[in-house]
Design a protein around this ligand. Structure first.
Ligand code: MGD
Ligand code: MGD
Ligand code: MO
Length: 743
């Protein structure tokens, strides 16, 4: 078995790493000062920094820092790419570089162009670049373009981008949440009429139970672990639902807490390991046991919810044997979980990609919400539902309307304020836009950050599709694989300021629906960089009829915030952002009383049929996941300390399955899906037999193009896979043999 290289998550390795990065950035004092500057943290959406200063959380606690924020900061503080360096970087060299090598080329410091048979990018002027981009959009019809945003940009840029796109006439506007938490938004809107968390950070401080399903916050949201440690110190309980035993969810050393650093902190009280994609069965089993134990809050259910009857009947009708078989979890473990829920007074349920990246992602979240409702844990302090968001401003980008459909009230206000048809038929989401590109139907695309190439399923298809786009306009801080493998026939890269380098203040929204201010003001890498708002406004000026908008007004972030205050639901308070301590909680999203944003004011139980595993006899369930040493498509380190892997071209599997296949740690093996084959080596981990794990983004080479029909999210974590151990025959030549899992 691959032994973890450390005894607990976090701890000294995290601190040493931080110090190393700070010194590598040149001047550790300047680095620290920049980390502490009054700007929102650049990595996850837990919500750090802002007006209260960097490394401070929403509850005012300091110091809060993680490896990821240090990497992001070090990446942005790199010197700019020079023209001579760019000349030495033709596509044929870029094509063989890893994501880390491309990132380490430095900050993109001036606009770049590649067209026709060009062998690489070359520097061009801002005016020329913007003119070319403008011409491409003017030559296309509105249905032949799309606008995508990753989750790092500001609310101001996002608001302006969707406004310009809609005024231009397209609703093909979307963001990375369509590959991330869209299933949560769809499910939560069904449950309580709003698509985001029902809780604020303080609620975590009041809960005595936390259930964390399908998430690995020890790596991906380390600040959340601090909350779990505090919760346990108060005598609370933590329940983990994850097919894979993640070291950091068992033990963690919180660097900002001396007790935890010295002795380590236990995280999980109960660790349930269902099959990949089998959470609905598990949650239904726990619900069944809750009913049997008399732990349903009947009074709450009657007064504040609808739909309990059918959900209860469904759970009653499901035989234990079917639930145990489907989930892989023994009945006594589901009953133990139900007892833990029953013994707690206030619980918060949180989840991430382990629930959303499935064909039935929406049902996964709905099934978890049913459990919360049965306990009366929605709309009361210290209770609620918390989708753990990814990018630092992905939620704000969605709130700003970077989505193919808008809430009715939002669309109406945009129409009356700007005379644009915002309430028309829905545009294409991210995956639909990729399909349109594959069919050669996209003539121009605008990509505000991100890396659509490496984040898509079926890597070869994603490359082919993106390469068919007429003109692709990237607004990117650093080079990534998408700029080369996923470039358009004409490709422009426009370099923006990072949020802490902006000359005007910007705003970001956390996963707790809290909007904070970034002051910007740090010295940018290059004087040529422009703010995202400036870039978008300059493009919009070129593609919209003259005099259509007051462009002086729309370049002012303050004026944009005034526009948001008038149009974006819940954002009324943003107009006052610039005065005093203007950071604010968005209206109408978090619930501390059981009165919800649904038509009838109640929360809605949802019936969730058990999804069936599509693999059949002999197939494994393969998930793709992250290590701590990467941020999405950018892999900083090959090594995964926590899972004990020194390389990433591995398939992680259970010892029992490996033994049945005659495999040992490090043996070569081919993973086969209906999208392709990938030769990797075997890595033994503590995962439920019958299930496999591989690293994203590399595994996208063999992740098929299947999406959840309700949310449009690719099923990155329910892939049907087979293994072919590489065997040798009597002559010592390789001979492939397909085999089945042990369980
Ligand atoms: N260090 C770091 N931090 C990040 C990121 C990063 O790349 N690196 N990315 C950011 C972004 S955009 C996001 S969305 C988040 C992602 O944060 P997470 O969702 O935590 O990340 P993943 O690694 O995709 O998957 C998380 C867990 O889901 C489990 N899992 C897989 N399938 C299932 C299943 O069927 N059921 C259950 N119950 N569990 C399952 C896996 O074992 C894994 O532990 O992190 C953000 N923060
Ligand atoms: N198989 C598999 N596929 C997945 C996933 C998975 O778990 N498994 N996860 C999915 C998820 S959750 C997500 S969110 C997507 C990620 O999809 P994306 O958000 O599209 O990808 P990222 O890798 O986060 O984008 C990184 C790039 O953003 C740019 N960038 C960084 N900072 C800034 C900035 O401040 N401004 C601007 N303008 N640009 C910036 C840089 O050029 C950097 O290279 O991938 C999805 N794909
Ligand atoms: Mo994400």
């Amino acid at each position: 078995m691959a032994e973890p290289r450390v005894a607990a998550g976090g701890g000294w390795p995290a601190i040493v790493y931080t110090a190393k990065k700070a010194f590598a950035a040149g001047n550790p004092i300047a680095f620290y000062r920049r980390m502490r500057s009054r700007n929102t943290c650049k990595t996850c959406a837990l919500g750090m920094g802002g007006r209260r200063g960097g490394m401070v959380n929403e509850a005012g606690h300091f110091p809060e820092v993680c490896k990821k924020s240090v990497q992001a900061q070090a990446g942005d503080m790199q010197p700019g790419i020079t023209e001579s360096r760019l000349r030495a970087l033709p596509f044929r060299r870029m094509e063989s570089q890893t994501s880390a090598e491309l990132e380490r080329q430095g900050r993109i410091a001036f606009p770049m162009l590649a067209e026709g048979e060009d062998e690489g990018f070359r520097r061009i002027s801002w005016d020329r670049a913007l003119d070319l981009a403008g011409e491409a959009f003017r030559a296309a019809r509105p249905e032949e373009v799309f606008f995508y945003s990753s989750g790092r940009s500001s609310n101001e840029a996002a608001f302006l981008m969707q406004l310009a796109a809609r005024a231009y006439g397209t609703a093909n506007v979307h963001n990375c949440s369509f590959y991330c938490h869209q299933a949560s938004s769809v499910a939560l809107t069904d449950v309580y009429g709003s698509g985001t968390a029902s809780v604020v950070l303080e609620d975590l401080g009041k809960a005595d139970l936390a259930l964390i399903a399908g998430a690995n916050p020890a790596s991906n949201h380390p600040r959340l672990i601090t909350e779990l440690v505090r919760l346990r110190r108060r005598g609370g309980r933590v329940l983990i639902v994850n097919p894979l035993r993640e070291l950091g969810l068992e033990r963690f050393r919180v660097p900002s807490d001396w007790r935890s650093m010295l002795f380590g902190s236990t995280i999980s009280d109960l660790y349930l390991q269902p099959h990949v994609g089998a959470d609905v069965a598990l949650f239904q089993g726990i619900l069944k046991a809750l009913v049997a134990g008399g732990d349903v809050d009947e009074d709450y259910v009657t007064r504040f919810t609808t739909g309990w009857g059918p959900v209860r009947a469904d759970a009653a009708a499901a035989p234990w044997s079917a639930l145990v078989e489907a989930s892989g979890v023994p009945r006594r473990e589901m009953e133990a979980a139900a007892r833990m829920l029953g013994a707690a007074r206030r619980g918060i349920f949180a989840w991430a990609m382990g629930l959303t990246h499935h064909r039935h992602g929406v049902a996964n979240v709905a099934a978890l919400a049913n459990l919360a409702l049965a306990r009366g844990w929605l709309g009361r302090p210290g209770t609620g539902l918390l989708p753990i968001r990814g990018h630092s401003n992905v939620q704000g980008i969605g709130s700003m309307g970077v989505a193919p459909v808008l809430k009715e009230a939002f669309a109406r206000r945009l129409e009356s304020a700007y005379g644009i048809a915002a309430g028309g038929p829905p545009g294409m989401d991210t995956f639909r836009s990729m399909e349109a590109a594959a069919a050669g139907r996209i003539r121009a695309a605008f990509l505000l950050g991100g890396n659509l190439f490496a984040s898509n399923p079926d890597r070869a298809w994603a490359a082919r599709s993106l390469r068919r786009i007429g003109t692709t306009v990237f607004v990117s801080t650093k080079l990534n694989e998408g700029h080369v493998h996923g470039r358009g026939r004409t490709t422009l890269i426009l370099p923006p300021l990072a949020r802490d380098e902006e000359t005007q203040t910007t705003t970001q929204e956390s996963m707790f629906n809290f909007v904070r201010l970034s002051e910007g003001g740090e010295t940018p890498t290059s004087a040529a960089l422009r703010s995202e708002v400036e870039i978008i406004a300059s493009l919009a000026e070129r593609i919209l009829p003259e005099g259509r908008f007051d462009w002086t007004g729309l370049r002012s972030h303050r004026a944009l915030r005034a526009a948001m205050a008038r149009t974006v639901p819940g954002y009324g308070a943003i107009g006052g952002m610039d005065g005093g301590d203007g950071e604010f909680q968005i209206e109408g999203r978090t619930f501390h009383e059981p009165r919800f944003a649904t038509g009838d004011g109640r929360a809605h139980f949802q019936v969730t049929p058990l999804p069936r595993f599509a693999g059949g006899e002999g197939a494994f369930r393969l998930m793709t996941l992250r290590s701590e040493g990467q941020f999405n498509t950018v892999v900083y380190e090959e090594e995964d300390l926590y899972r004990g892997n020194r390389r990433r071209d591995v398939v992680m599997m259970a010892a029992a399955d490996a033994a049945a296949l005659g495999l040992e740690e490090g043996d070569p093996v081919t993973v086969v899906t209906d999208a392709g084959r990938l030769r990797v080596v075997c890595a033994l981990v503590n995962i439920r037999p019958g299930n496999l794990a591989m690293y994203y983004p590399e595994a996208n080479a063999i992740v098929p193009r299947r999406v959840d029909p309700r949310s449009g999210t690719p099923a990155f974590k329910s892939v049907v896979a087979r293994l072919e151990p590489l065997r040798t025959d009597s002559r010592g030549l390789p001979r492939d043999a397909a085999r089945a899992p042990a369980a």
